[in-house]
Structures are given as C-alpha cells and as structure tokens.
Design a protein around this ligand. Structure first.
Ligand code: ISE
Length: 334
C-alpha cells in the first residue's frame, strides 16, 4: 500500500483524495496539508481520518508519507518539489510544474542530481483512451507524416480573476503538452492572433484567442481558446496527415433523436469529461511506484511546457512570431 500525503485541499485536492480513497488500487491517503486548517481537516475526513498539517514541509518530512501529491497553487510548487526530491520521495504534481521556466530548470537539475526519476506531472489527457488511440495510430505510419493539427479548447465561462496570460498557463497548457506528445515533436515557434473579444469578457481578458504553434519538423498547430463560449466544456482535436486524418469523436455522448431534432449533450465540466483519464493517471503513478519508474509526463515535459507557455505569453503581447528556446535535453531525460 503506497502511503500518500496530499498538499493542497481545494476542489482538485479533494477530488484526488476521493479518487485515491475510493477508486485507486494499492494507495492510501495518510496525511493532508493546507494553509487553511479547516479545509485540511475536512479533506482529511474524506480519507477516513488522515493526519492534518498546515505546513507542507512537515508533511513531506513525515516518515509515514512515502509519496506526495501536490495540488497547491502553482506558485507554491517549486519549494515543495525541491523538498520532496531532497527527501527522495516520489511526487505527482498538478500542472504547472512551476510558474517560471527558471524554477522548472532548478527542479529538473535537482531531480537529475538525485539520480532518480521521482516526479510525474498532471497532464491527464495523455491517459485519455481516445488520445492514446490517435497516438498509436499515427505511430503505425499508416497515415504518413502529420502535417497539421486543429484544436479547440472551450470553457463555458471563467472567473473574473482569469486574465489573458491565463489562457496559456491555465488552459492551452493542456494542448501544449498533448500536441507535442501526440506527434513526438518539440516546438520551434509560436504566435497568437486575437480576434474580436466576446461581450462576456472583461478589460483584462482577450477572449477568444487563436494560438499557433510550429514544431521543429514543421507541423502547424492551431488552437482556438475560448473560455467564455457559454455552451459547454468543448474539447476537439484533429491531426491531419499525408494519408488521412484522425479526429477525436467529441462530444463523447449518445446522439438523441426526439421531437424532430437530433441532439448530443456537451458537458460543462472538465472533471466529467476527463474522469477516466484522471483515474488512470493516478493509478499508473501508484503502479509505477513499485517499479521505481515514471511512465507519465515528467519534469522535462513540465519544463518544455513552461518555456512554450512563456513564448506564447510574449506572443500575446508582441503579436509576432516568437521562438521557443530550450536548454538541451539532459541525458537523464532521454
Ligand atoms: C482548468 O485548470 C483546466 O485544467 C481545464 O482543463 C481548462 O479547461 C480550464 O481552462 C482550466 O482553468
């Protein structure tokens, strides 16, 4: 039984605690931590009475805690990741790895110096059956080379604190990881086009946005990010190749015919759409603990996503094509 400590007891943290307690095989939440003690106490009850901490470092150093799940706000990740690596503990960290590429690099260097692959990042789309199938099909070579990808990432609405850069850091960060993983290529440059803004936005948020990414081999990816689309949590992806195209069948719900209409439900909730993927990623992280490996997205993927995100945020400001410049991939992550 892998004894897990969870840092961050907000909505997502509670969701992971519930998942581990009710649906994950071979793991148990033994400790939780949150700066808000009341929140931590409530979360501890979901796990059937786990230990409660208000200091994440104390949780990491607790000898009973074998592995750490970080679900705190992004700005708090770096220190806890470094502390977990120092303690030699395995980590599952929700995106982003850290909020700056420099901090991601520090974590990457610390992990490489420890000699052990300890960190998995929460890019759950890699565990979605449909995307796995697309990746496997592309890899057969039966469709020729991928040339283009068309993606949409739409949310029904967002909070008033959500601003223009968050469209990159919070939302399109999923496509940044997903697309390079699907076609096994890294990014060369990015650009952002800002269409007319919806009346449902506010002065600090340009919405929608069209983000363009070019990979090193020349694949061109367009991502429509529209976070006040009103009608649903609508995620689409098509990979156009030389000999065919692979498109995710969304929405993944039955088509219903009634009263002279055919309709298909679109969920408004990302946790509903990706429930199975979230379950699968945590189960895989737990299963890999015994083998001492990380099979999911790792620290290098987190660093790549951060560098690409920085270039996209710069492109939002300049309106120009911006280069994605990374350090050379360390041998440890090859
Ligand atoms: C949220 O954090 C997510 O991860 C969702 O998938 C995304 O659609 C949303 O925009 C983010 O705020």
């Amino acid at each position: 039984m892998l004894k897990v400590g969870v840092i961050g007891c907000g909505g997502m943290g509670r969701d992971h605690i519930k998942r581990i307690t009710e649906r994950t095989q071979g793991a148990q939440v033994v400790a939780v931590s949150d700066v808000f003690e009341e929140g931590a106490k409530k979360a501890a009850q979901i796990a059937g009475g786990a230990k409660v901490y208000t200091d994440s470092k104390a949780l990491i150093e607790d000898p009973e805690v074998e592995a750490v799940l970080i679900v705190s706000p992004g700005f708090a990740h770096c220190d806890d990741l470094l502390a977990a690596v120092r303690a030699g503990k395995r980590v599952f960290c929700e995106k982003p790895l850290c909020t700056t590429a420099d901090d991601c690099r520090k974590v990457m260097e610390a992990e490489a110096a420890s000699g052990k692959h300890l960190i998995q990042l929460g890019f759950m789309r890699r565990y979605h059956k449909g995307y796995i199938q697309i990746k496997e099909e592309i890899a057969t070579g039966a469709y020729g080379e991928p040339l283009m990808m068309h993606c949409t990432h739409r949310n029904p609405e967002v909070g008033t604190n959500y601003d223009t850069p968050m469209a990159v850091h919070d939302t399109v960060i999923h496509e940044i990881d997903l697309c390079h993983w699907l076609v096994n290529d890294d990014y060369e440059s990015v650009q952002v086009i800002l269409p007319k803004t919806t009346k449902y936005s506010h002065s600090k948020l340009k919405d929608p946005q069209i983000m363009l990414l070019r990979t090193r081999s020349g694949i061109c990816i367009d991502v429509e990010c529209f976070v006040n689309c009103k009608f649903g949590y609508d995620i689409n992806c098509e990979v156009v190749c030389e000999d065919g195209s692979l498109k995710m069948g969304t929405p993944m719900a039955p088509s219903i015919r009634k009263n002279a209409k055919a309709s298909t439900e679109i969920t408004t909730d990302c946790f509903v759409l990706f429930k199975d993927a979230y379950d699968a990623e945590i189960q895989n992280w737990v299963d890999c603990a015994e083998k001492g490996v990380i099979e999911g997205p790792n620290t290098w993927d987190g660093y790549l996503a951060a560098v690409t995100a920085d270039a996209l945020v710069k492109a939002q400001e300049t309106g120009k094509i911006e280069k994605v410049v990374t350090v050379e991939k360390p041998a440890f992550y090859q």
